[in-house]
Design a binder for this molecule. Sequence first.
Ligand SMILES: Cc1cc2nc3c(=O)[nH]c(=O)nc-3n(C[C@H](O)[C@H](O)[C@H](O)COP(=O)(O)O)c2cc1C
Length: 364
Amino acid sequence: MKLKKAAGAAADILMYVIMLVQMLYAFTGNTLHELLGIAFFICLAVHIVMKRGWVKGLLKGGKRSGGRRFFDAVTVLLFVCILVLMISSMGVSRMIFPWFPYLGSADLHRYLATAVLTLAVIHGGMHGFLRTQHKKRAAFLIILGAAASVAVGTALVPYLSRHFKTVSIDYEAAVRGEQITSSGRTLAVYFTRVGNTDFAPDVDAVSGASLLLADGRLTGNTALLADMVADAIHCDVQAITLTGEQYPSRYGDTVSVAGKELRENARPAIEPVDISGYDEVILIYPIWWGTVPMPVASFLEQNEWNGKKLRLIATQGSSGFVSSTADIQRMADGAEVTELVSIYCDDIPHARPQITDCLRRLYQ
Ligand SMILES: Cc1cc2nc3c(=O)[nH]c(=O)nc-3n(C[C@H](O)[C@H](O)[C@H](O)COP(=O)(O)O)c2cc1C
């Protein structure tokens, strides 16, 4: 009996530890993340078996205090979120469930994980709340824990990913994939920090997720996506390149400079990109401050868009297209603007299937 209780408690503690480690995906990498995911669900099964008495009681119904009803509601919601998280985990798994349809929903997966961690904090805290005399203190600690968990999932995780992770990729494996037949003459245009930034010599040590080491060579996320598009449909590719001042080497400084450019509605000087010989432009850009980087605005306003098709691929650290689509439509007057896909920065090295899917949908 004692051993059973100890096993149950160990499984519970392990689940909380696993949830926290899972949030450090930027450091643990995909293999450990997927294996720990399996370990979590095994611990959950143990937990449910240990608590089957509670499940029976819940199904039976009967009179319950307000606190008890809240606890039950949180627990049921937690269970539902875990089930949906399980499906979303399989939908983004690349190692253990490669046969499961790739849902490409990393954002949803992260938000679900945040919801599960938050509800688990409340669920665990409620055990204490129902037993203690110090209800106010317990309620305060639960709210504090839940707020911290929401902050971890929505702010800290993307921050860590963006600032501290250096990603090495196998260029050929990342870029090569299914061929798609396109229609018309297409130009892929991208803007990225690489080529537009005054990088310090030790950039490899300080680079964030927005920079990739492709076979030892520094490349930008959007440059990699442009290569994926070009591999899929054999189109031309052009970069938007600054002719004047470059962005600073440090990510945080670039964020400040870009914020100032946006406030001033600046149009940084760029090399001309001529789109006149094309029917369609696939524009690949990072979301900066909820919209396009200002050099992209320069590119859009320097061209004549009447009758052209403008397809958008955005990369981002948490948001989708935000206001970039409406801003682009305004700046590329006369273009037929279509959103293709918005890709979370962590997913870019593995985004070839997403690129294939959206191009297939576009041209079929
Ligand atoms: C100046 C700056 C501003 C950013 N603003 C946002 C933002 O508002 N929303 C968001 O989700 N990501 C934001 N990010 C994260 C980038 O969108 C992400 O790093 C990018 O898509 C990766 O591509 P890159 O190689 O061009 O940096 C910002 C990044 C920078 C450098």
